[in-house]
Design a protein around this ligand. Sequence first.
Ligand SMILES: C[S@@+](CC[C@H](N)C(=O)[O-])C[C@H]1O[C@@H](n2cnc3c(N)ncnc32)[C@H](O)[C@@H]1O
Length: 352
Amino acid sequence: MTTSPAVTLLAADARHLPLADSTADLVVTSPPYWRKRDYGVEGQLGQEPTPAAYTTAILHCLTEWRRVLTPTGSVFLNVGDGYHRRALAAIPGRIEAAAADAGWLLRNRIIWTKTRGNPDPARDRLTPRHEYVLHLTPRRYHYDLPGYSERYGNGANPGDVWNITPERGLTPHLAPFPVELAHRAILLGCPRTVCTVCGHAAQRILEPSGQLDTTRPQARRAMQLAKDAGLTDAHLAAIRATGISDAGKALRVQTGTGRNSAEVQRLATEAKQVLGGYFREFTFGPKHTVDWTDCGHDAWRPGRVLDPFSGTGTTGVAAVSEGLSYIGVDLDPACHVIAAPRLTAPPLVPAA
Ligand SMILES: C[S@@+](CC[C@H](N)C(=O)[O-])C[C@H]1O[C@@H](n2cnc3c(N)ncnc32)[C@H](O)[C@@H]1O
């Protein structure tokens, strides 16, 4: 049985969350940038006198988020830089270094590129057209690259540059980020369902689909060669089992190869002789989800996404669209008045 997703909006400081330990599976957020805009709320973050003081404030947030995250929960932090006395303040780099010193792993520095933005009067430098999304994690963390790639890639690893056109602001002073940015982070980092008894986050069980991406000429050629030579499913399975490391130059220069059974190796060698370099097409062919891992308790809840600087609730819109629960925290309760109608009743998640 799976419980329904829920939306919770709370007025609180991102550094002191009124949440129990291990409440959220993922944080996706965009804090106020350093000295960029005044949100007019007492205790707001972003008005610190120096970049160093701002970095310390962000680190306080990270410490608090670690507490409310499950042990495999991670943080996607959207941060931009700014100019201070004509020089870039190097804010993202400062946060990266401070977070690493505090024990976080910086797993990705995703570049969000923008094709358009506000006009900039500067004549002696280029207009910034990118921001960062830092993926900060504990040593082991939930990650669903196949699920993400299905939506935002071509079955492979789509890379760390996100080209997303900023949406026109609902209310300009809140500086919302695009729903797509939050959606990408959620697909990567939030489990679909989590066991309420043991905390097990369901993972995909993948199997090779045997299908190649026929939009690629190399894949079409590989399929033709295999068909002409009468290669069997066993041949193709043998190629997948041995991977690329048992072939050609790699066989001479790599260690750790040759662990497959003699029959699998024989079939793979036969197939590789027929296919030449095209055998690689069968080693990275797409996989599909055949099931989800199960701990046996039959007590699931939807994954829970937290945005501690919720603003207009953009992260929530993305979470709700995936049938996940959302906790939006903002110091300014007026934000929730804008966010609430965007987070209309989430759909029921079908029982796992
Ligand atoms: C960049 S905006 C977030 C925009 C959001 N991603 C959206 O979709 O609208 C930053 C938000 O942080 C809030 N804020 C500022 N200081 C805060 C603090 N100490 N704790 C929680 N929220 C804070 C502001 O009220 C503002 O809504």
